[in-house]
Design a protein around this ligand. Structure first.
Ligand code: PLP
Length: 267
């Protein structure tokens, strides 16, 4: 693991950093499958959008790209980029001006990534997602809902859990976006009240639109998911991960997952 904090090799963070104190920050998990960061422009766009919405000063894209190159140093790895509002006094009031902290970490490519081809066994999580349009779509550091949901199983039987909001609308898996094939067309949950607008979700939607079959964004219910002929999960690391079973009921792996993966490898 290689870590840069504000551009310097370090493992230390100020205990008063607001990322630690309040989760006042954003992150990106970026796949570097062949030495080159995948979909980097879109990761940096989402980060910039998060900075704008949270009122952070904008990060310098060239600095981030250079530091991602330094930590990954051409190897096959995963890079996690964290930007917090920086250190502050006691209390929630944001410091003005804020001096953000930048953390760039590279890990070896995980062995579990290969499991993507075999399909995900998914079930429903009891933990709900709260709704808040001010944060919807952002990849912010507050991930306690996902932590609680992921603590619901540890049985080796389930790979991922699907999460609903408090109204029962299906939003996503704990660490992936969801696509459901209903009536022969792919649909994905709307994310205007909660959820993370995944970079890979964007890529899958762009790919489908390019094939003349745009993905429909809808207020997805459990009934939609249970009636779907195929389900797919997407995230930056796995690309598209087809679902092989929902609550133990087998589902056919849709060829779209492999086709998308091939397109992604060329993109
Ligand atoms: C809660 C949640 N939703 C969606 C995603 C997918 O986002 P991305 O495609 O940018 O990896 C992730 C990824 O970790 C996530 O944690």
């Amino acid at each position: 693991m290689r870590v840069l904090v504000d551009g310097r090799e370090s493992r230390s963070i100020d205990p008063l950093d607001r990322g630690l104190q309040y989760g006042d920050g954003l992150f990106e998990t970026i796949a570097v499958p062949g030495g080159r960061p995948r979909l980097l422009d879109w990761h940096l766009e989402r980060l910039a959008e998060g900075e704008r919405r949270l009122g952070f000063p904008a990060s310098d894209g060239d600095t981030l790209r250079r530091e991602i190159d330094i930590v990954s140093s051409g190897s096959r790895c995963i890079v996690k980029l964290i930007v917090t509002r920086g250190s502050g006094e006691r209390g929630y009031r944001p410091p003005r001006p804020a001096r953000p902290t930048r953390i760039v970490v590279a890990w070896d490519w995980p062995a579990t990534a290969a499991a993507a081809a075999t399909g995900a066994r998914v079930g429903w999580c009891r933990t709900h997602l709260g709704r808040n349009p001010a944060l919807a779509g952002l990849k912010h550091l507050n991930r306690l809902e996902q932590v609680l949901a992921r603590a619901e199983w540890d049985d080796g039987v389930m790979d991922e859990g699907l999460m609903c909001d408090d109204r029962g609308h299906v939003i996503a898996a704990t660490q992936a976006n969801l696509f459901a094939k209903v009536g022969g067309r792919w649909a994905t949950p709307r994310l205007d009240e909660c959820g993370v607008a995944g970079v890979m979700r964007r890529a899958f939607c762009a790919w489908q639109a390019g094939r003349g079959a745009p993905v429909e964004e809808l207020a997805m219910t459990r009934a939609h998911v249970e009636a779907a002929t195929a389900l797919l999960l997407t995230n930056a690391l796995a690309g598209a991960w087809p679902v092989s079973a929902l609550e133990g009921r087998p589902l056919a792996l849709d060829p779209a997952a492999d086709e998308f993966q091939a397109w992604l490898a060329r993109a």
